[in-house]
Every structure is written in C-alpha cells, then in structure tokens.
Design a protein around this ligand. Structure first.
Ligand code: 5GP
Length: 140
C-alpha cells in the first residue's frame, strides 16, 4: 500500500479531483465533501504535515495561491464572503496529514458561525498574557 497522502495522490493524478489551480509548488481542488458550494482546498505539493513543518517560503506560496484564487472561488458560486481556515494538527481536527487550507464560501443567508464559535474562550491575566507573548518571542 502506498504511504503517500491522499492529497499527494491527487497531485499525481492517481486520484481524480476537480482541479481549480496549479503552479510549481501548490495545488488547489474542490473538497470531495463540500461544506458549501465551491469549498476548495489549497495545498503545498510537498506533503508537509503541519504549517509549522513547512519552510516559510512554501507557506508563503500556499497563502499566495489562497489570495490569488479566493475571488474566483467566491464569484463562481456568487458568495459575498468566505471562511479561510487550516486545521493544524490532529487535536485541531486535521484528518489528512498534508497541510491544506480550506476556502469555504459563505452566503448572506448562511447559518454558519464564525471561527470564534469553535472555542469557549480563555480568561488570562495581563501577567499570563505577557508570559505567553515573551515565550513566543523568545522561542521563534
Ligand atoms: P481536515 O479535516 O483534515 O481539515 O480536512 C480534510 C478535508 O479533505 C475534508 O474536508 C475532506 O472532505 C477532504 N477530503 C478527504 N479526502 C478527499 C479526497 O480524496 N478528495 C478530495 N477532493 N477531498 C478530500
């Protein structure tokens, strides 16, 4: 059995997909189980599992493709907006271990909630916020 990710097999043409964009380093296609019409996935061709694993240049390429095609995705289904999101890691709901950015068109009558609705919220003191910020600054 192949240990290639499903998405690597899609890029290689071994699994069919509704491809919407391709360049040297990235690929975009319609999600097979769309959350809305036009639901699109943008991936790096190289199968990095998480955003944290990707070289920053490649992460830039992926976001550049998201930026390039989002307008066309929205126009194709007459959507005025979209939710753009990455489930980064298994605990965050990532099912396919190959980075993919969801572009999910949203409509005026949409009942979908914003990303903030996924979380109950964290109450942190100013001291805790500063400690976290300092740790992030010092471990990049
Ligand atoms: P995740 O939950 O990992 O963020 O999202 C994985 C996405 O990949 C899901 O929305 C799922 O519908 C989509 N997906 C899984 N397998 C395939 C496939 O073989 N083809 C396509 N086009 N999408 C897939």
């Amino acid at each position: 059995m192949s240990d290639e990710t499903i998405f690597t097999q899609i890029v290689a043409g071994k699994i069919p997909s509704y491809t919407v964009y391709e360049d040297e380093t990235t690929y975009a296609f319609l999600d097979a189980n769309p959350l809305a019409p036009g639901h699109t996935l943008v991936i790096p061709k190289e199968p990095y599992e998480r955003v944290n694993d990707m070289p920053p240049e490649l992460a830039g390429d992926v976001f550049s493709t998201v930026s390039k095609i989002t307008d066309a995705v929205e126009r194709a289904v007459d959507a005025p907006a979209s939710t753009i999101a990455i489930n980064n890691g298994e605990e965050a709901g990532q099912e396919v271990p190959h980075v993919h950015c969801h572009i999910i068109p949203q409509f005026r009558d949409s009942t979908t909630k914003p990303v903030h609705a996924l979380f109950t919220g964290a109450e942190l003191s100013a001291e805790e916020m500063e400690t976290i910020a300092e740790t992030i600054r010092n471990t990049q």
